[in-house]
Design a protein around this ligand. Structure first.
Ligand code: NAI
Ligand code: MG
Length: 356
């Protein structure tokens, strides 16, 4: 069958890594022996679109996207458009509009890539950050100009935690843990300091955990978890955290695995009522954009998660094996200490798929 994929390259290196990802995924589909193809429809949304129209995507953008099997996204954000405008106008609008409440961000260590952890056994490390992606600190609640007193403006930025929102992300995390070698979920909060929403989160975690006696659990404060990522990452399997905390921890995880450029993510609507969206963790990287040197691995690995979601896990595994073969062979972009271009890595990935 043919899957209809909406591509939104967005800004900066988004364009470069999405093109690379498409080439690799098409090659993977072709050589797989499985009878399917990907049909890409490109949507030219992002900061250029904002410059022309005053919007990051058209007003009926979500309706346009609704008919697709999945969304393949690059990055948004460009100097000249305030970052909160670009993020809320496109990426967050899609995540929240399509109730993509689970953001899955694996931390994967590839052979041939030097981790700043410098652990002899870092090849054996892998864990996954599950980010609550619909509420929490990014619920968008608050406002400016509350100022009633002398002394300047006051702004309020509130977090929203619902029992339903907490429960679904926790069940998702426990189910994910059951599919892994190490059946363990660590829940992350700052519930000692944030005494309402995050205490509700802790209460729901304990209640849901009772339904999964086969899965080991722990609750860890986010500051301690940041240290744990560095000092004892072998103790991690599934790490579930609120929107902001997981956003920060997943960047830390990808840096520990070698670079922000290799980290993948899936924004899932697990009920499949709406399309899910697959994107690298990194942003538009204006400092290196347009030079053909961006690392495409994060986008390619996100594409592998899209293949998992579309029901082709073996083809997804072939893509992941091609990534390992490419890094092991030393074909590395500058962020990983090498001198390969985006194009070099893409060609090496396609070649590795042809000759596994
Ligand atoms: P960034 O992720 O774009 O860049 C951080 C650092 O990582 C830079 O030094 C960059 O060169 C490097 N980097 C990122 N991706 C890379 C790749 N594929 N290969 C090699 N190196 C790579 O984050 P930054 O600089 O904080 O933000 C830049 C813009 O991106 C901002 O406008 C921000 O709002 C936006 N952004 C968008 C995201 C999204 O669309 N999901 C996520 C994060 C940031
Ligand atoms: Mg982030």
């Amino acid at each position: 069958r043919t899957y209809r994929i909406a591509t939104i390259p967005g800004d900066g290196v988004g364009r470069e890594v999405v093109d690379a990802g498409r080439a690799v995924l098409d090659a993977a589909a072709r050589v797989s022996g499985e009878d399917f193809a990907l049909e890409w429809t490109e949507l030219p949304w992002g900061s250029d679109h904002y410059g022309r129209t005053g919007r990051m995507m058209p007003a009926d953008g979500l309706q346009t996207l609704e008919g697709f099997d999945a969304i393949y996204f690059g990055a948004v954000g460009w100097p000249g458009v305030p970052d909160h405008v670009s993020l809320w106008g496109l990426r967050l609008a899609i995540c929240q509009g399509f109730d993509q409440w689970a953001n899955v961000r694996p931390v994967v260590f590839h052979p041939g890539v030097t981790s700043p952890l410098r652990k002899a056994d870092s090849a054996d490390l892998d864990w996954v950050v599950v980010r609550e992606n619909s509420e929490g600190e990014y619920a968008g609640l608050g406002g400016r100009n509350f100022s009633a007193r002398e002394g300047g403006e006051v702004a309020v930025q509130s977090s929203l935690f619902t029992e339903t929102g907490c429960e679904r992300i926790m069940r998702f995390s426990f189910e994910l843990a059951r599919t892994r070698d190490r059946k363990k979920v660590a829940s992350v909060t700052k519930s000692n300091a944030q005494q309402y929403g995050m205490v509700l989160w802790d209460d729901v975690f304990r209640r849901v955990a009772a339904d999964y006696p086969d899965v080991e659990t722990e609750s860890v404060l986010v500051d301690a978890m940041a240290a744990r990522f560095v000092l004892a990452p072998e103790s991690l399997s599934v790490v579930v955290a609120s929107n902001l905390n997981a956003d920060i921890l997943s960047d830390l995880g990808s840096a520990l695995a070698g670079s922000l450029g290799i980290a993948a993510s899936a924004n899932l609507n697990p009920e499949r009522r709406y399309p899910s969206m697959f994107e690298p963790v990194h942003g538009s990287a204006p400092d290196i954009a347009g030079r053909g040197v961006a690392n495409p691995i994060g986008a390619v690995a996100s594409g592998a998660m899209m293949l998992d979601h579309l029901g082709h896990p073996e083809v997804a595994d072939a893509v992941r094996a091609a990534i390992d073969a490419t890094t092991a062979a030393g074909v590395l972009t500058a962020d990983l200490g090498g001198s390969a271009t985006t194009e070099d890595v893409t060609s090496a990935l396609v070649a590795a798929l042809r000759e596994p």
